[in-house]
Design a protein around this ligand. Structure first.
Ligand code: GTP
Ligand code: MG
Length: 342
């Protein structure tokens, strides 16, 4: 486990934004720089998610190391930007504690950027704007992996003006949708002003700053609600139902609360109503270097929130993606009814 403090669960960060604006590249970069900078802690791959441990984030250097951090790390969920995937994005937005809205700094606001804002406002989810592809600003000189401010200070005046102009176009678009925002280093009160962090997934510039803002939001808003959420019966959302060779139908679950263990009785919605079944195995992807091993998954006896996990159990073939999934401890009818209500 990536957690030294099992009492506080890992906040879930959903990445939203318009198609091709750079969500997956940003996550790849976060994963990549984590691997590079991180003797501190290894990145765990999860079903549908990536966990970056706090030690690794601190090692990237964007964070004031004198601050005390209680969260174990961040769990990132990618979403597709194509317009037909609104349901998937809404689902991601709903289970997230925090979010990153990615907007291409040269392209500006587009329909799914606006949709992301609406989803997050509806869920009251705190978020940060990543103004990405800053390396594509004409004349930009790249200083790989540096903080935004360090790199920005070394640009010529024309580039500085262009970045300011593009940033204020984003501030303007956000204002049109009722959000007050500023570049992150000019924000005094993160509770009232949305932070915009210029980044590049290609050069790594600004990534440390983005993670710093996220950690700040997590510490500030999440700590109370995250405390103790690791204990108790597991609760999650089904991202996908997948046929796996040798296992039959399995469900990929983002567990956002509590713990799930092999042998647990779970309830989940299927096309024939709520079903209950017993967890046969819990599977997580093996590290990339081990991917050639025949068994693509490693097995766990128990998994605690927040995490992505593949659940194998009898009778999962009719399960509906997006359904809540809950561990039954005690009253089965209560759990069934709570799933029917959702
Ligand atoms: P969907 O999942 O289809 O919504 O797209 P996405 O938002 O995940 O975008 P993706 O990360 O796939 O990037 C789209 C294109 O933009 C790719 O060609 C990337 O190489 C490019 N790109 C992403 N980030 C950057 C960046 O920081 N700088 C530059 N120059 N190109 C980028
Ligand atoms: Mg993508």
């Amino acid at each position: 486990s990536s957690s030294d403090n099992p009492k506080i669960r890992t906040p879930i960060v959903c990445v939203l934004g318009h198609v091709d604006h750079g969500k997956t590249s940003l996550l790849d970069r976060i994963r990549g720089s984590s691997v590079v900078s991180g003797e501190a802690g290894a990145i765990t791959q999860h079903i549908g998610a990536t966990v970056v441990p706090i030690e690794t984030i601190l090692a990237m250097g964007g964070v004031n190391k004198n601050l005390k951090f209680n969260i174990p790390g961040l769990l990132f969920i990618d979403t597709p930007g194509h317009h037909s995937f609104t349901t998937l994005r809404a689902r991601g937005g709903a289970l997230a504690d925090l979010a990153i809205v990615v907007v291409d700094i040269t392209d500006g606001f587009k329909p799914q950027t606006i949709e992301a804002l609406q989803i997050l406002r509806g869920c009251k989810t705190p978020f940060v704007m990543a103004a990405t592809k800053v390396d594509r600003i004409s004349g930009w000189r790249s200083f790989p992996s540096e903080t935004f401010l360090s790199s920005f200070a070394k640009q010529n005046q024309r580039v500085i003006d262009l970045v300011e102009k593009k940033t204020y176009e984003i501030v303007g678009s956000l204002a049109e949708h009722g959000f007050s925002s500023e570049r992150f280093d000019r924000v005094d009160d993160f509770a009232r002003t949305l932070a915009i962090v210029p980044v590049s997934a290609h050069t790594g510039e600004g990534i440390a700053d983005l993670l710093m803002v996220l950690i700040g939001l997590a510490q500030r808003y999440m700590e109370e609600s995250l405390t103790l959420a690791v204990d108790g019966p597991g609760s999650g959302t089904v991202l996908e139902v997948k046929e796996e060779k040798g296992l039959g139908a399995t469900i990929d679950v983002i567990l956002f609360d509590g713990t799930i263990s092999v042998g647990d009785e779970i309830a989940v919605a299927s096309s024939t109503g709520v079903i209950t079944t017993k967890v046969r195995s819990l599977l997580q992807p093996r590290p990339l270097k081990e991917i050639l091993i025949e068994d693509r998954f490693s097995r766990a006896k128990s998994v605690a929130a927040a995490a992505g996990v593949k659940v194998s159990a009898p009778g999962l073939d009719q399960v509906i993606a997006g359904s809540p999934v809950k561990v039954i401890d005690g009253n089965e009818n209560e759990v069934r009814e709570s799933i029917e209500r959702e």
